[in-house]
Design a protein around this ligand. Structure first.
Ligand code: NDP
Length: 331
């Protein structure tokens, strides 16, 4: 039942590994959902760094492939074995390649229902970065009353959400960002202390000054190459460095012996997949996330909406450090 589907529709294709120039919008046959997939008419697709790692070939995906790992929309068809989703359901996902297109086939294991109080653009904007901020602040390091956290790139997509969730759990946030305008955004999201890391000579010294010389309990570092050393030097003894990304480049190989010398430090390199590994865990984190969004406790800031035809600009803006909050594509 329902309206007839077209035979083909636009998709953002990664034609070969490379820079933004390899992205092309092409008409593609509608994907046929397998028995465990649903077909979704995509209302919005999220723009994420993982898309750029896949495009560049850092995370190996054979080309050509459809870009994107996140989206939200309405179910228009279901596979033979699907029982928990029906045509007309509003759904979202933050894992599984091939989202930046008008009609996407999505594995039900990655799919959640979007509650009526959350619009589809917000859902598309919240899934990947919101679930990431959730697991980072509740599980990788369980922030509690009295925790001091250093949050890098705090005006970014993950950064704004992580700042809010850390505050919500009673933590103190020392935020870094690359401009006064971005620091102002971090402040609006609840950051207690602000450091412009493009301007300070010694970032770790600035952090120590704000912690009576002690250092922070945890550093959330998604910037990577450019901040890693300062992150290590900002920790208290037995503190945890959570290296969750490499927006400035990947951190080079590292001598573990240094952790001993620097004060019995911990380093972890987590990824979302391991923290939403079961349907129960995905559902529990998503339930929290949507509740916090609906109650207004967590604001999802959409920093840019781009038509699919402008996807190259969206990725260039993200990679060029010109954005705050979340970028979405409207197919
Ligand atoms: P952001 O919105 O945070 O954008 C990246 C920000 O990083 C920039 O705006 C910029 O902020 C800062 N930055 C510093 N140096 C550079 C540089 N050389 N080039 C580009 N940006 C730079 O992106 P996301 O929130 O989408 O992602 C942040 C990080 O989190 C990424 O590394 C991503 O891979 C990672 N991630 C990891 C996940 C996981 O589970 N492990 C899941 C989701 C994201 P400023 O100008 O203030 O310095």
């Amino acid at each position: 039942s329902g309206s007839a589907l077209p035979e083909s529709a636009p998709a953002l294709v990664v034609t070969a590994h490379g820079g933004g120039e390899v992205l092309e919008v092409r008409d593609q046959a509608l994907p046929a959902p397998t028995s465990d997939q649903v077909l979704v008419r995509v209302a919005a697709a999220g723009v994420n760094f993982i898309d750029t790692y896949q495009r560049e070939g850092i995370y190996p995906v054979p080309t050509p492939f459809v870009c994107g790992n996140e989206g939200a929309g309405e179910v228009v068809a279901v596979g033979d074995d699907v029982s928990s989703f029906v045509v007309g359901d509003r759904v979202a996902w933050g894992q599984g390649a091939g989202s930046a297109r008008t009609y996407a086939a999505v594995d039900t294991k990655n799919l959640v229902h979007v509650p009526p109080g959350v619009d589809l653009e917000t859902a598309a904007a919240a899934m990947l970065q919101g679930l990431t901020a959730h697991y980072l602040s509740t599980s990788t390091y369980a922030v509690q009353q009295g925790t001091t956290a250093l949050v890098h790139a705090a005006a970014g997509g993950v950064g704004q959400l992580l700042t809010q969730m850390t505050k919500k759990r009673g933590g103190r946030v020392i935020a870094t960002a690359g401009s006064a305008e971005k620091l102002q955004t971090a402040r609006e999201r609840g950051a207690d202390e602000l450091i412009n890391y493009s301007e300070v000579d010694d970032l770790a010294a600035a952090v120590r000054e704000l912690t009576d010389g002690k250092g922070v309990d945890v550093v959330y570092d998604g910037v990577g190459k450019d901040t890693f050393e300062a992150s290590l030097a900002s920790l208290r003894p037995r503190g945890l460095l959570v290296l969750y990304g490499g927006a400035s480049g990947q951190v080079p190989p590292f001598d573990l012996q240094r952790l001993n010398k620097l004060g019995s430090l911990f380093v972890t390199r987590p990824s979302l997949g391991a923290y939403v590994a079961t349907p129960d865990e995905l559902r529990a984190r998503t339930t929290d996330l949507f509740e916090w969004i609906e109650s207004g406790e967590v604001q999802v800031s959409i920093g840019g909406r781009y038509p699919l035809s402008d996807a190259r600009t969206a990725y260039a803006d993200l990679e060029g450090r010109r954005t705050q909050g979340k970028l979405i594509l409207i197919p």
